[in-house]
Design a binder for this molecule. Sequence first.
Ligand SMILES: C[S@@+](CC[C@H](N)C(=O)[O-])C[C@H]1O[C@@H](n2cnc3c(N)ncnc32)[C@H](O)[C@@H]1O
Length: 245
Amino acid sequence: MTEHDPTAYGKGVSADYDAFYAQLPETDEAIACLAELAGGGDVLELGIGTGRLALGLVERGPHVAGIEGSDAMVDQLRTKPLGQTIPVVVGDFAETSVDGTFSLVVLALNTIFALADRDAQLACFANAAAHLEPGGAFVVEAFVLRPDQVAGGWSVNPRMVEDEHVELEVSKYDAARGRIDRTLVHLLPHGNKIVKVVDVYASPGELDLMAHAAGLRLRERWAGWTRTPYVTESTKHVSVYEKPA
Ligand SMILES: C[S@@+](CC[C@H](N)C(=O)[O-])C[C@H]1O[C@@H](n2cnc3c(N)ncnc32)[C@H](O)[C@@H]1O
């Protein structure tokens, strides 16, 4: 595996994460969908971060545990009353174990692409499968490359346009290496913030193969958390992989 620093994202973003992303579109819908998929069982979130999804899930009843690479993100989670009750193991979710098995494992917001290479992504699917009960599901939310990104060169995409926060994503896809360099430019009233991210992109079909290698099979694929159909033009997917009963 290529070296990857799972603490890096949190070091740059933890203090601002909630201000930037707590109100992401579809957050409530994601929580409702995940609660339904959990069916009253326990949930494990890989890359639990500051608890954007986990806290809402706990409020709905499921027991939630997390694996998180960044102490700084966990510190933010711990500032919230319910966040102190969620067991979190700090480590790389491609290889870190927690006690117990779960009816649902979730990896949201493109974070499968944060892993350093295909070996790490394969290991992550295997790790998710190892934490699932038979009949349980591993849910992966990820973007799909836009045609302008596939075409190559730099492309600019407004990710968020609010009164006091505009986020522009400046990205370049290197098809030969399967990498996307993304620079996230946050325009804020008190100044700008720049966050650099390198993604190892995998198409939905490639993710399906990783799932297959881990003994999981695709049960559902939607274009979002409201379960709209996934079609050619979809810009993201929510994929539900099942561990055979
Ligand atoms: C984009 S944030 C998403 C946080 C949360 N799941 C949410 O939906 O708001 C990705 C999170 O995954 C964590 N992360 C990235 N790579 C990781 C790894 N290899 N192992 C564990 N955590 C990782 C980051 O520190 C960050 O907290």
